[in-house]
Design a protein around this ligand. Structure first.
Ligand code: ATP
Ligand code: MG
Length: 219
């Protein structure tokens, strides 16, 4: 059993989108739970929308909202192979975030590849992830397809700063932006060209992370 939390104090970095899509890919081969720790309940309402879809479009994983620190400390007892935890885009409830990290085997830090996004990302890493001593990767998201060099530049910059970054990254696609409103995830997207490309990005990130996890011991 592996608990993976997705964290960045910067709002809109792609946390919820990353949680839902990685959960859908990982759920193709194992039992997955998503825990919504964000009082905005973004992934909970995404999942509620998905319940209205036909059976073959339903989410292939469970979603629960939970902010109680004691319950979060016992996540490991749940009967799933992988638990993804979506967290808020601020540090208002530091106790909850610290409890989440303390009970995680791995942290994913999604970030846009912009200069303004770097400071909150590094702050999140230094204040929450590094003190927790947990393995992590930064995942670059929302990359403009017309300027892929933004992604590779950001990766280089972060690696030069000594941080661990996934090789694969996620481009920006309208289909991802609409997904919370339609209740879809990459594994249930329509078979359009854009949706296939959008899905391929998250599948690549999932593959890279799964191979890291295959060589990692859980707590
Ligand atoms: N790869 C992408 N392509 C296009 N739009 C994206 C992509 N990733 C995220 N978005 C959009 O960007 C916005 C922010 O994404 P998301 O909600 O996943 O971020 P977040 O970090 O969870 O935000 P918050 O901090 O508010 O919880 C949303 O409108 C989402 O649909
Ligand atoms: Mg969110």
């Amino acid at each position: 059993m592996r608990v993976v939390s997705v964290i960045n104090q910067k709002g809109g970095a792609g946390k919820s989108t990353t949680v839902m899509n990685l959960a859908s890919v990982v759920a193709e081969h194992s039992r997955v739970l998503v825990v919504d720790v964000d009082p905005q309940l973004s992934v909970t309402s995404w999942a509620t929308t998905a319940e209205e879809l036909p059976d073959d479009r339903r989410l292939p994983f469970d979603v629960v909202a939970e902010t109680n620190v004691q319950v979060l400390a016992q996540l490991r007892g749940a009967d799933y192979d992988t638990i993804f935890v979506d967290t808020p885009g601020n540090l208002e409830n530091m106790a909850v975030l610290k409890a989440v990290v303390a009970n995680s085997d791995f942290v994913i830090l999604p970030t846009e590849p912009t200069a303004l996004a770097m400071l909150p990302l590094v702050n999140t890493f230094k204040s929450i992830v590094e003190p927790g001593g947990v393995d992590y990767r930064i995942v670059i998201t929302k990359v403009d397809s017309r300027s892929l060099v933004d992604a590779t530049d950001a990766q280089d910059e972060l690696r030069d700063a000594g941080l661990k970054v996934c090789k694969s990254y996620v481009r920006s696609y309208k289909v991802h932006e609409r997904a919370p409103l339609t209740g879809q995830v990459v594994t249930t997207y329509d078979k359009t060209r854009a949706a296939e490309k959008a899905g391929a990005d998250y599948k690549d990130v999932a593959r890279e992370l799964l191979s890291i996890w295959a060589n990692q011991e859980t707590r």
